[in-house]
Write a protein of this length. Structure first.
Length: 268
């Protein structure tokens, strides 16, 4: 009837009661939120990540993440795990702390990725050396003293590894799975190198390569931990002495040329 206001649109609701339809703007806002949530869900899916790998925004995110890890590794190398704060790392790459953690989720995840990056650098270097001289696969064991000696140049990285490895013993720690897999992988790598030594006649064939690999890994971790307590502790010298006791030719020769650890003047 003319002069009367049009009734509000209605819809049927559960229970048979009549309710006004949702205002259009509110409905559009709710739809927008749903679309954003769906997009975020899809982006987190592994397949979608792979599909987007070549896209500009995703590629920029990957590049920024790599930049963060590179800078963080340098800072941690000198400042150490305890002194390298998220704020310090964020400032170094021009981000807020929230912006930095956006790429990793948490401080624990960030530092786990720093360890992973350090490991990747070491693995790539070892693989390159093996590719240049495939007949020297067993050199991995012989090179251990020099490897730990170089660790003294990056004390913060040694501290980061030692602290994070200890904290990750907790099965609920974000780094637990990584370190669990890392230890298994390093032991297998050491064991393969030891078998190469056995095949070359430089190590007795009756030595259990798998058990010895675990012992060597324990020694490597142990000398680094002692060095963190006492920087005058010579990691490389003690590791070389251990290799000589096992019977590695080069290591034994090196110990003959240098003063023995039995010399009181050389005892730590």
């Amino acid at each position: 009837m003319a002069g009367m206001a049009a009734p509000a649109p209605v819809r049927a609701s559960q229970g048979g009661r009549i309710a006004p339809l949702m205002p259009r703007r509110r409905a559009e806002n709710r739809l927008s939120v749903c679309v954003e949530k769906l997009s975020a869900f899809c982006f987190r899916r592994k397949g979608y990540d792979h599909h987007m790998a070549g896209r500009g925004s995703y590629a920029k995110g990957v590049a920024k993440r790599e930049e963060i890890l590179k800078v963080a590794l340098e800072i941690v190398a000198q400042a150490g795990y305890r002194n390298a704060t998220v704020r310090q790392l964020a400032d170094a790459v021009g981000l807020s702390t929230t912006g930095l953690l956006h790429y990793f989720g948490s401080k624990e995840n960030l530092f786990t990725e720093i360890v992973r990056r350090r490991d990747k650098i070491d693995i790539d270097a070892a693989d390159d050396a093996a590719a240049r001289a495939p007949d020297r696969h067993g050199e991995l064991i012989h090179d251990l003293p020099d490897r730990v000696r170089r660790s003294a140049d990056v004390p913060g990285q040694v501290e980061l590894y030692a602290r994070l490895a200890a904290e990750a013993i907790d099965r609920h720690h974000p780094s637990h799975v990584y370190f669990e897999n890392r230890y298994a992988w390093v032991r297998s790598r050491f064991a393969a190198s030891l078998r190469t030594e056995q095949e070359a006649g430089r190590l007795p064939v009756d030595v259990d390569a798998d058990r010895l690999a675990g012992i060597l890994l324990a020694i490597v971790d142990g000398v680094q931990l002692q060095w963190l307590y006492d920087p005058s502790f010579d990691m490389a010298e003690h590791l070389r002495y251990a290799l000589a006791l096992i019977g590695f030719g080069d290591a034994a020769d090196g110990m003959c040329e240098n003063a023995s650890l039995d010399d009181p003047a050389r005892r730590p």
